[in-house]
Design a protein around this ligand. Structure first.
Ligand SMILES: Cc1cc2nc3c(=O)[nH]c(=O)nc-3n(C[C@H](O)[C@H](O)[C@H](O)COP(=O)(O)OP(=O)(O)OC[C@H]3O[C@@H](n4cnc5c(N)ncnc54)[C@H](O)[C@@H]3O)c2cc1C
Length: 356
C-alpha cells in the first residue's frame, strides 16, 4: 500500500525528504506555513564541502550528501546553478592597503589570501532558493503535493501512534507518518512530542549583482573593522552572476511567524561597507537582496535525524546548523530509507537520534 507521509516544513530538509520519498513511490505531502524556501533554505550561502566535517558526527552524512548534490544537479538539469569552486582563506583590515591577493585581480589590495582551502574536487556551490524550490518541483513531478498551512499539532491514537497533523485552521491531514522538518520552528514540536528543543541563530546576508566579473571562487576571511572588532565574512561567487556575502550574526529572538523575520538595525549597512571594500567589482555592484534568516541548532550542535522513540509514525529531521544545504540530500535519502524500509543503507543515523 502506498504510504502517505506528512512533512512539516518546506525548507531544504523537508523538500529533499519529499523528493526521495516520491521517487520511491510514496506519497509525501509537504505542509508549509509561509513559502517553500522562504526561510534559511532560500537565503543561505549554499556552500558545500566534501570533507570539512572530518572528525565530526556529520562527517559521513556530509560526504554522502556532497556526492548526492552532484548527482541531483545532473539528474534534474541543474536549474540551481550547482558548480564546483576554488576556495581560499585570508584576511583584510578596514582602511588598510597591502600587497593584495596575487592572481586574484578581482580583489582589492586590502585583501590578503593565506591559502587555498578547497578545490573543485572538494568544494561547490548551489543557489539555495532555486535548489529548494527545484527539489519541491521535482518531488511534485513524482507525485508529492504541497499544501499551504500552519501545522499546530498532531492527531494521535489513544496509544500515541501518529495519524496525521492538525492545522491552525482546524483542518486535518492524515498520514502513515509525520516528519518534523520546520528548521528552528521545530521547537514548537517539543510541545507535541518528546523532543529536545531546537534554537535559531540569526545571520544577515547581501547579494550583489556583479555580472561575470568574478571567477568561480569562495572566500572565508577574517576582517578587522576600524573599531578593532573581527568579523568572519564568507563571500561566494554564484553561477548566475551574483555574489552572496555574510558576516554579521546575532542572537535576536526567533519570531513565531517565519514571514516576520527581519534584519537587525544597522546589520546590512555594516555588511555592505565591509563587502564593498573587498573588491572593486563589488564596490559598484547593485544589491539585489538584503536578507536575514535563522539556522536551526540543537543543544549539542549535532542534527536530530530519526524516529521519535515511543511515538510510532513520528520522525524528525532538523538542527543542521551551518550545513543544512550541504546535508539536505543525504538527510532526505536517509529519512526515506528509515520510513519506507525501517533502516538506513547509506548513513548510520544512530549518532543523530533525538534521544541520544
Ligand atoms: C546566514 C546563513 C548562511 C548559511 N550558509 C550555509 C551554507 O553556505 N551551506 C550550508 O550547507 N548551510 C548553510 N546555512 C544553513 C542552512 O541554511 C540551514 O541549515 C538550512 O536551511 C535548514 O533547513 P531546514 O529545512 O531545516 O529549515 P528552514 O529552511 O528554516 O525551513 C523550515 C520551514 O518550516 C516552515 N515552518 C515553520 N513553522 C511551520 C509550521 N508551524 N507549519 C508548517 N511549516 C512551518 C518555515 O516557514 C520554513 O519554510 C546557512 C544559514 C544561515 C542562517
Amino acid at each position: 500500500m502506498t504510504k502517505r507521509i506528512v512533512i512539516c516544513g518546506g525548507g531544504a530538509i523537508g523538500t529533499a525528504t519529499a523528493y526521495f520519498l516520491a521517487k520511491r513511490g510514496a506519497q509525501p505531502i509537504v505542509v508549509e506555513r509561509n513559502a517553500v524556501a522562504g526561510a534559511a533554505s532560500g537565503k543561505s550561502g549554499g556552500f558545500l564541502a566534501y570533507d570539512w566535517c572530518r572528525g565530526q558526527p556529520v562527517d559521513r552524512l556530509a560526504r554522502r550528501s556532497f556526492q548526492l548534490h552532484a548527482e541531483l544537479a545532473q539528474e534534474l538539469g541543474n536549474p540551481w546553478g550547482y558548480r564546483r569552486l576554488d576556495t581560499f582563506a585570508g584576511y583584510a583590515m578596514a582602511g588598510m592597503t597591502r600587497a593584495g591577493a596575487r592572481g586574484h585581480a578581482w580583489l582589492s589590495p586590502s585583501v590578503t589570501l593565506t591559502g587555498q582551502i578547497g578545490s573543485p574536487d572538494t568544494t561547490a556551490l548551489v543557489e539555495p532558493h532555486a535548489f529548494t524550490t527545484g527539489l519541491m518541483r521535482a518531488a511534485e513531478a513524482n507525485g508529492a503535493t504541497l499544501k499551504q498551512g500552519t501545522v499546530a499539532g498532531l492527531i494521535q491514537e489513544p496509544d500515541g501512534a501518529v495519524l496525521g497533523v492538525e492545522l491552525d485552521s482546524g483542518e486535518t491531514i492524515e498520514g502513515d507518518a509525520v516528519v518534523i522538518a520546520m528548521g528552528p520552528w521545530s521547537i514548537l514540536a517539543s510541545n507535541w512530542l518528546p523532543l529536545p528543543p531546537v534554537y535559531g541563530l540569526k545571520g544577515h546576508s547581501l547579494i550583489f549583482r556583479t555580472g561575470g566579473a568574478i571567477p568561480a571562487e569562495a572566500l572565508f576571511l577574517e576582517y578587522e573593522e576600524e573599531s578593532g572588532e573581527v568579523l568572519t565574512p564568507e563571500v561566494f561567487a554564484r553561477a548566475d552572476g551574483t555574489v552572496w556575502a555574510c558576516a554579521v550574526s546575532s542572537t535576536s529572538p526567533l519570531p513565531i511567524d517565519p514571514a516576520r523575520v527581519a534584519a537587525d538595525e544597522g546589520a546590512h549597512d555594516r555588511l555592505e561597507r565591509l563587502c564593498r571594500s573587498l573588491s572593486p567589482a563589488i564596490a559598484d555592484a547593485p544589491i539585489v537582496a538584503r536578507q536575514a534568516c535563522f539556522r536551526p541548532v540543537t543543544e549539542d550542535g549535532v542534527p536530530m535525524i530519526g524516529a521519535v522513540k515511543g511515538v510510532p509514525g513520528a520522525y524528525v529531521a532538523t538542527g543542521h546548523s551551518v550545513w543544512g544545504m550541504l546535508n539536505a540530500p543525504a538527510t532526505g535519502e536517509a529519512m526515506t530509507e528509515l520510513i519506507l524500509d525501517g533502516a538506513t543503507r547509506h548513513v548510520d543515523l544512530a549518532r543523530f537520534s533525538p534521544r541520544r
